[in-house]
Every structure is written in C-alpha cells, then in structure tokens.
Design a protein around this ligand. Structure first.
Ligand SMILES: Nc1ncnc2c1ncn2[C@@H]1O[C@H](COP(=O)(O)OP(=O)(O)O)[C@@H](O)[C@H]1O
Ligand SMILES: [Mg+2]
Length: 308
C-alpha cells in the first residue's frame, strides 16, 4: 500500500471545528520536513493556516508559508474562471461576464461549485500544470469542507461525468473521478473529536464513503485528546475531600481536576467505541495554548511523524 504522504492528494475531512485545518497543516509539515513540496488547499474561504506562520491571509494564489510548504484558498468562481479561460481564450474579458457565466453554470448544473473546487485540487496535484503558477507539487493536502459537503465534493466528478456523457467535460470529470478513487494517488483522512457526536459522524462518513464511492478512509485522527492524569483511585480520593477542604482555592482546584478527569475518561470511552468500528485510528493531544502557534503545529507534526 502507498503510504499516506506518498500519495498525490490527501483529503482531510470532518465536522466543522474538530481541527481539520490544524491536522491538514500538521500533515503538511510532516511531508515538508521529508523534503516534499506540499500545498495545503483550503476551500471554506476562512483561510486559517497562514496565521501560525504569521502571514497575511492566503487567497487564490499559491503562497509560500515556509520552506516546501505552500497554501492556496480555492473558491469555485476563480477555479471555473481559470478553467474556462484556458478552454475558451478571450471568453471571459469583462467582470460582468464572469459573474453571469458563473451564475449560468451554477443554475444549469447543481454541484458545479463542488466540481470546480475538487477539479482545482486535482489540477494542483498534476505534475504538468498549465494553470496558476504552473509549479509542480509532490503532495496536495485538501482541507475539505465538513463531512456531508466533503462527500458531495468527492462525488461531484462522477455526477458530472454522468450528466455530460461525452466531450471534454466528460473526459476531465472521468479523469478526476478515477484519480480520487485510486488509493495509490488519493488518500482520505477523517478528523474527529473524542466525543459522542463527532465519533458517530466519523463512523457514518466512513460507511457512506465506502457505500457511495467505494473509497476507503485511510486514517481517522482523533484530535484534542486530554491526558489521563489521575487513576480511578486518585479520583476517588480527590472526590472524597472535594468541598470539605478548608481553603476555597484548593477546593476549586480539586473540582477542576475532577472535572477534567471525567472529561478525559469520557473521551477514552468514545475513543474505544471508535476503535471497535475502525482500525486506523491515531490520536493527537490537546494543546493548552490559547491559539494555534507554529510551535504547537510542529508539536502535532512530531507526534504524527511517529504515528503515521
Ligand atoms: N490539538 C489541539 N489542541 C488544542 N486546540 C486545538 C487543537 N486542534 C485544533 N485546535 C483549535 O481548535 C480550533 C478549531 O481548529 P481548526 O483546525 O480551525 O478546525 P476546523 O478546520 O475543523 O474548523 C482552533 O482554534 C484550533 O486552534
Ligand atoms: Mg478549517
């Protein structure tokens, strides 16, 4: 089997807020450290990865964040404009026409946003490129939208290929679909939190991806796992003195310790539940920094490097 980071495209998905962008960034750091030229493609138009690198927000242009590490924010309008501009030179002069053409496409074919977005990610992963900077990347990490939308995006080329039936759009859509389904070239990582709903959603996403697309999830990353600081026995002893302690500060600290212990315990239970259903599960620790820093991302990358 081709190792995850030796593929050309890695799609990172999961429910909003679980840490998709963070995991995409940490994976990219691991690959960049290994000497690969990597680009993280973000699609939600809330580009966040540039922040820990202390860079201005990244738009629809390939921007270097660190050595070997690039980022782009893909929006479907730009992606469609770029594609049509290459297909039909001269068509798109005039901003008004751009918008009308985009609206026309979106109305004519639902799913065109998803298709152009995944199409751009695919384009970035091609070794001979005629678009954007034209530069070659060894690996594209797609910071994809939340699970349901992520699935729609992976499905879009197949849907389009069926609609188009013949012609250049058919060929392109078929090519992208084939690429996405090829486990040597495309990998799928699902990010979850060790909580009931995100675990359910991860299991469901995995099943749908398999049933609807015949694609296997390569890896589930359970993010923000709390450390287990106390044994059950410790916790019982803390509980026994809780509140009955003379000093209010100490009592508050004990209550906090107990509540964190309960959260860590419930996280372990959810993690076990996930592991019963899914083989390839790895965890990343909860970082206590108030904001994601480059140092924090590097710590997560250190951890991933060992676990991948
Ligand atoms: N392992 C972690 N430890 C602590 N905070 C984290 C961790 N992973 C992500 N975060 C924080 O959680 C928030 C959401 O993460 P982000 O990667 O932006 O999620 P998503 O892209 O899924 O919306 C951010 O504030 C991020 O800094
Ligand atoms: Mg994000």
């Amino acid at each position: 089997m081709t190792l995850l980071l030796d593929r050309r495209l890695v799609v990172v998905t999961g429910k909003g807020g679980v840490g998709r962008t963070t995991v995409a960034g940490a994976l990219a750091l691991v690959a960049a450290r290994a000497g690969k030229r990597v680009i993280v493609a973000e699609v939600s138009q809330q580009e966040r990865l540039s922040r820990p690198f202390r860079r201005e927000g990244v738009g629809y242009s390939e921007t270097e964040l660190a050595e070997n590490l690039y980022a782009i924010s893909i929006d479907p309008e730009h992606a469609l404009e770029e594609y049509l501009g290459k297909q039909v030179p001269g068509l798109l002069s005039g901003a008004l026409l751009h918008n009308r053409i985009f609206e026309y496409f979106v109305a004519a074919a639902p799913g065109v946003r998803e298709l152009t977005t995944i199409g751009k990610a695919w384009e970035l992963s091609q070794h001979s490129r005629r678009y954007g900077s034209g530069d070659h990347y060894d690996l594209v990490i797609l910071d994809a939208p939340a699970s349901g939308q992520g699935l729609a995006m992976l499905h879009a080329p197949k849907t389009f290929a069926e609609i188009a039936r013949v012609g250049p759009i058919r060929r392109r859509a078929d090519g992208i679909d084939e690429f996405l389904r090829d486990p040597k070239r495309t990998g799928v990582v699902s990010v979850a939190l060790p909580q009931e709903m995100p675990v359910n959603e991860t299991i469901e996403f995995r099943e749908r991806l398999r049933d609807e697309m015949a694609i296997e999830t390569d890896l589930v990353v359970v993010n923000q796992l709390l450390p287990e600081r106390f044994t059950g026995e410790d916790a019982e002893r803390i509980e026994a003195v809780n509140g009955a302690h003379g000093s209010e500060e100490v009592a508050a600290a004990l209550r906090a310790a107990l509540s964190e212990h309960r959260r860590a315990k419930s996280q372990r239970a959810q993690l076990r539940r996930l592991r019963r259903e899914v083989d390839d599960v790895i965890t990343l620790p909860f970082l206590w920094d108030p904001e994601m820093t480059l140092e924090g991302l590097n710590r997560l990358a250190d951890d991933l490097e060992k676990k991948l």
